[in-house]
Design a binder for this molecule. Sequence first.
Ligand code: BG6
Length: 278
Amino acid sequence: MCAGFSRCLSLVSLHGGQVLSWKTDHGEELLFISSKAIFKPPTPVRGGIPICFPQFGKRGSLEQHGFARNKIWVMDDHPPPLQPSDSSGKSFIDLLLKPSEDDLRIWPHGFEFRLRVSLSANGHLTLISRVRNINCKPFSFSMAYHTYFSISDISEVRIEGLETLDYLDNLCEKKRFTEQGDALTFESEVDRVYLGSSDTVAIFDHERKRTFLIQKEGLPDVVVWNPWEKKSKSMTDFGDEEYRQMLCVDGAAIEKPITLKPGEEWTGRLELSYVPSS
Ligand code: BG6
C-alpha cells in the first residue's frame, strides 16, 4: 500500500494519500508518527501528513476532517500536466481520489482530487493538490495538509510568521483573537486556525538546531495544534507523552471555503524544507 521513492527518503501511503515519512539525507525522520498509530482503514493514521478534505475539523456535517484521509487512493498513471510543470529534477508520484457511492451519499458532489508528492535533490518535499469539479453544479470545500512535524521538545520550539494575525481558537468556541506575541511558543494545549498568513511560516527547533520552512500557495490559513498532556491521554492512538515530540502546522484553506463551478479546478501547493540554524 506504500510507495517509497528517492532512496526511500519519503514514503506515501495509498491509505489517505498520506505522506508517512520524510527523511534527511542522513536518514533522520522529519515527520512524527505516533507509536500507537493504527494502520487500518478507515481509521486515519496519527502522524505524517493527513489530508483533511472536503471539511476541516467539525465545521460541517461530515466526520471530523472529512473522508479523504480514511480512503484508499489509487496511483494516477496519466495525470493531466501541471502548469507550471513541477517534475524537473524531482522524484514524484501522483495519486487520485474519486468519490465512492457511499461518499456521494454523504457529500453529493462529483470531484477528482489529484495529489502529486515530489522530493527534490535538495530534500524539499512538495505536495500539490488539484481538486476538480466534474459535477453539473457548484460545490464548496475546505482543505488542510495536517502536517505532524517531528520536534526535539515542544518547549524548545517557536513558530514565526503568524505575528499580528487574527486566529480562530478552537479551545474557545472558535472565537476570533489577534496574535500578540512576536513568535508563538508553547506551554499548554493549542488548537487554532490563523487567518490570511503570508506564504512562508517557519518552525525553529533550538535543541535540534533545525528550522522547518513551510511555503504555501493557494492556502491562506495555518492550523497550529498540539494536544498537550490531558488531551493526549484521551486519544487511543497517541502516546501519553508524545505531545512533546510533535507539532502540527498545516497549510490550509478553512475560513473561506473554496467554491468550484462545474469544470473548474483549484490548486493548493505546500513545500516543506529544513535548514540548519544556530
Ligand atoms: C486539529 C483540530 O487540527 O486536529 C483538533 O483542530 C483535533 O481539534 C486535531 O483534535 C486532531 O484531529 P483528529 O481527528 O486527527 O484526532
